[in-house]
Write a protein that binds this ligand. Sequence first.
Ligand code: NAD
Length: 485
Amino acid sequence: MPTHHFIANRRQPTRDDQTIPVIDPSDGQVFDHIARGTAADIDRAVQAACAAMGDSLDGPWARTCARDRGRLLADWGRAVLEHADELARVEARDTGKTLHTARNDVLALARYLEFYAGACDKLHGDTLPYETGYTVMTVREPHGVTGHIIPWNYPVQIFGRSVGASLAAGNACVVKPAEDASLSTLYLADLAAQAGFPAGALNVVTGYGHEAGAALAAHPGIHHISFTGSTVTGQRVAEAAARHHCPAVLELGGKSPQIVFDDADLDAALPVIVNAIIQNSGQTCSAGSRLLVQEGRYEAVVAQLAERFRALRAGPAASDPDLGPLVNQKQHERVRQILASARAEGLTEAARGQVLADAPAAGYYQEAVLFRDVPQDSVLVQEEIFGPILVAQPFRTEAEALAMANTTPYGLVAGVWTRDGGRQLRLARQLRCGQVFINNYGAGGGVELPFGGVKSSGYGREKGFEALLGFTTLKTVAIRHGTID
Ligand code: NAD
């Protein structure tokens, strides 16, 4: 595997040869190293991206027309599919994902590239009615150089939705993957060069967030930054970007509720509710981590879920478990601390899954846990845990459910399970979040569907055509040509 940065289509070592160990979360052992990027490395990458764009949009990438950008993205997407098995293995070892989850992530990445390949030459401005004697048009232009700070939970998917859209819109990209999950991003950069992207269109600098990440957000040569990760880091990134008037998209996680009414189809709802919290071991920004159940079905739902939770197995990928390990020691300790304070608070555990006997003791395994009757002001209800922990609460009326759903700092996603059409529409309008799913959760991923949050979940939209618009700036051109007298 490459252990260098990827700048101007070449692997380049970091200036001072410092590296970061890469740890396998399934056994806690070091198996590789990545380069520990510095502000100087970020600067080299930004310069390469600037050269690809040119000072006056006259660089080789800026001159690549929309149709050809689309063809390059499509070729790259096909190469991803050809390497899907190997990419999935790399991703699984680096992040602790099960092979099945890692492979699904790679397929989603290929779909993002396919979607944005097809969208390149459908992105256009308008002509606007104005005064007689004028023709006025708007032109969609790339921002220039875009920065992408990627977290460790879905490295290839988040890379695909962010970098795919930005390149499709004609920007050159500088990517800083998470220090805990950089290998797949370097692999993808190699595939991009092989697909024929010109030097500088895509650059990757690995390293720590407070070093390479902070340098990227603060670099005056970056014209747009997209960040996915924690709320605190997102604020820092947006502050650094604002100092040089750089727009930002922030995707900062959530505490998303699933609301189950008495008339819900439980056979359909329960497997989806379980999957929405154990997927990727709960390390999903849109995880369905809160469960609000109307009082008539509360006991039945908790009992059935408890049975399912007790059967869930955490273990290494080789054992084909329901949950892989958490990504790193820090995350493992954080989740354990939250569980310890929940116990100290006297909160009631309704069920706990198992860790498989063959799981190495040094791995970062966490059983799935179901809590019940948790008060609204508890940390378990208010804070993103990023582990396989589901919190059940009963409610009486629709108004009460809505108030509980909306009363956390976050607003990313919500799921509603009911057969009542009026209630479906009322809640779709009144839930304070970026996506509402009725009688489903996540709609199978939905590359086409705009995604992002409100409140502490961030702002701006990723995915779909909406993301493509966000990666452009609008220029108005007014031509005064007069009239024939
Ligand atoms: P983080 O937000 O600190 O890291 C995310 C990315 O930001 C990484 O690439 C990191 O290197 C980079 N980064 C860190 N500090 C930076 C800085 N000062 N400037 C620029 N970039 C910086 O997240 P974490 O510490 O890995 O995880 C902490 C918590 O964040 C988790 O427990 C979870 O709750 C949340 N999280 C959410 C998501 C999500 O998808 N919303 C993803 C990862 C983590």
